[in-house]
Design a protein around this ligand. Structure first.
Ligand code: HAM
Length: 417
C-alpha cells in the first residue's frame, strides 16, 4: 500500500459536505462585503515569495517547497496567497481600472513544517485582501468581515489580538532598540532567539521559551516608538472595531511571521486548538505591491486556516451533511433493459432530484437493501410489468405507501422530500 505524504490529509466523502458548507458560507459572506473571488496557480516563480515574505523568515528559510523544473526555472508551491495575489493583480493590471479592489480566495497552500495537531504540510486557507485604501476603515472592514465569517459557521467565541508595527521607519528604529536590549541578555536567550537576533529579531517577541519571556517583560515596546500618523491610524482602527461590538486585546508582542507587514497586524486565536492556537491572521502591507513591481498601493488583508476552523466547529456542533445524500433510488431488476431505468433517472435529475441507480446488476432484493442503506426517501421501481405498461411504481420508504403512475407522470409527481 502506498501511504500519503506526511503532513497531508485526504478529505473523505463523509467530510466533504462540511468543506462545501464552509466554502459556500464564506463565499456568500464575502460577496455581502463586496469581495470578489480570485484563483491563481498553486505554484509560482520562487521570487514571488522570496522577495516579499522576507529572507529572514521561517517560511522562506525552511518551509518552502522549492524545486527546479525541467526548463531550469526555480518554482515554489505557494506557502501563502498574499504575494501570489499581488503578482496576479499587477500582471493583469487590475488596479488600472479599479484603484480599489477587494478580493477573496480559498485553496490549498504548502509549507514544509513539522506536522502536528493543526499543522500540516498541505493546508487550506480562506483569505480576503483589500487593495487601494490607506484608511483605517479598510482595516476595520476586514476585521468585521472576519467576525461575520466566524458567525456564519457558528463560531462566536475567539480572541482577537491587535497590534501595530507602524511605518517601516518605526519598525527599523524599534528593531534597533530591541536588539540593543536583547544583546545585553544574549547568554540567557534560547538558542532559537539568539539566532534570530541576527536574522529576524522581531520574531523573538513570539518566543514561547520561559527564559525568553522573562527577558521580554522589560523589553522596549513598539507602541512607544510610533510616530503620530501611525498612532492615529491605529487608534482609529481600534475605535472602529470597538464600535462594531467586537472584543479584542492589544498585544505589543504580536509581530506575525511575514516581513511585508506595517501598521496594523492582527491574529485570531482559540483556546480549543492546543499549541497551534492561532487560526487566522493578517495586517497591512502598504509597500508590497510596489515591491512586486506594481503602482504604490496601500493594502490590508488576512487569511484563516480552514483545518483549524474545522477543529473548532467540530467541537461546537455535529454537522450533518444533507446536501449530497440521494433522494431517490431507481430499482431496475430487468438487466436486459437498463435504458428504461436510465431514462427515469434522467427525468428525475432534470427536476433537480438526487438519484442513484443499480450499477452492479443486482437482484431486486439486494437493490432494495442498497436503497435502504443509502437512506433514500423514495424508490422508483422499473420492473418487467412497468416496462411493458410504460409506467413506474413509486414507493415511499418511510411509510411504505406505493403507487403506480405513467412514465410521463414522473415529471409532475409530487415527491414529499
Ligand atoms: P499566516 O499567519 O502565515 O498568514 O497564515 C494564516 C493562517 O493559516 C494561520 O493562522 C493558520 O490558521 C493557517 N496555517 C498556516 N500554516 C499552517 C499549517 N502549516 N498548517 C495548518 N494551518 C496553517 C498568511 O498566510 C498571510 N498571507 C495572511 C495575510 C493575508 N496577511 C495579509 N493578507
Amino acid at each position: 500500500m502506498i501511504q500519503s505524504v506526511r503532513g497531508t490529509k485526504d478529505i473523505l466523502p463523509e467530510d466533504a459536505g462540511l468543506w462545501q458548507f464552509i466554502e459556500k458560507k464564506f463565499s456568500d459572506v464575502s460577496h455581502l462585503y463586496g469581495y470578489k473571488e480570485i484563483r491563481t496557480p498553486v505554484f509560482e516563480r520562487t521570487e514571488v515569495f522570496s522577495r516579499s515574505i522576507g529572507q529572514g523568515t521561517d517560511i522562506v528559510n525552511k518551509e518552502m517547497y522549492t524545486f527546479t523544473d525541467k526548463g531550469g526555472d526555480s518554482i515554489t508551491l505557494r506557502p501563502e496567497m498574499t504575494a501570489a495575489m499581488v503578482r496576479a493583480v499587477v500582471q493583469n493590471s487590475l488596479l488600472h481600472n479599479f484603484p480599489l479592489i477587494k478580493l477573496w480566495y480559498f485553496g490549498p497552500f504548502f509549507r514544509y513544517e513539522r506536522p502536528q495537531k493543526g499543522r500540516l504540510r498541505q493546508f487550506h486557507q480562506y483569505g480576503a485582501e483589500c487593495l487601494g485604501s490607506a484608511y483605517p476603515e479598510a482595516d476595520a472592514e476586514l476585521i468585521i468581515l472576519a467576525d461575520s465569517l466566524f458567525k456564519s459557521i457558528g463560531i462566536s467565541s475567539y480572541k482577537l489580538l491587535l497590534n501595530t508595527l507602524g511605518t517601516e521607519e518605526t519598525r527599523k528604529n524599534y528593531v534597533f532598540e530591541l536588539v540593543r536590549y536583547l544583546k545585553s541578555y544574549k547568554d540567557q536567550l534560547s538558542n532559537d532567539s539568539r539566532n534570530r537576533l541576527e536574522s529576524n529579531p522581531l520574531r523573538i517577541l513570539d518566543s514561547k521559551d520561559e527564559s525568553d519571556s522573562e527577558i521580554l517583560k522589560n523589553a522596549p515596546v513598539i507602541l512607544e516608538f510610533l510616530d503620530n500618523e501611525s498612532k492615529e491610524h491605529f487608534e482609529n482602527v481600534i475605535t472602529l472595531v470597538k464600535e462594531s461590538g467586537i472584543n479584542f486585546e492589544i498585544s505589543s508582542y504580536l509581530v506575525r511571521g511575514l516581513d511585508y507587514y506595517n501598521h496594523t497586524v492582527f491574529e485570531f486565536q482559540s483556546n480549543m486548538l492546543g499549541a497551534q492556537d492561532s487560526f487566522g491572521g493578517g495586517g497591512r502591507y502598504n509597500n508590497l505591491i510596489e515591491q512586486l513591481g506594481g503602482p504604490p498601493t496601500p493594502a490590508v488583508g488576512f487569511a484563516l486556516g480552514i483545518e483549524r476552523l474545522l477543529m473548532i466547529i467540530g467541537q461546537l456542533n455535529n454537522f450533518i451533511d444533507s446536501n449530497s445524500n440521494p433522494h431517490i433510488y431507481v430499482v431496475s431488476p430487468n438487466h436486459n433493459n437498463k435504458k428504461y431505468a436510465i431514462a427515469i433517472a434522467e427525468k428525475l435529475r432534470r427536476r433537480n432530484l438526487r438519484v442513484i441507480t443499480d450499477l452492479n446488476r443486482r437482484s431486486l432484493k439486494s437493490q432494495m437493501k442498497d436503497a435502504n442503506k443509502n437512506n433514500v426517501k423514495y424508490v422508483v421501481i422499473a420492473g418487467d410489468d412497468e416496462i411493458k405498461e410504460h409506467t413506474v411504481t413509486i414507493k415511499n420508504m418511510e411509510n411504505s405507501e406505493q403507487c403506480n403512475i405513467s412514465f410521463d407522470g414522473i415529471d409532475n409527481y409530487d415527491f414529499d422530500l
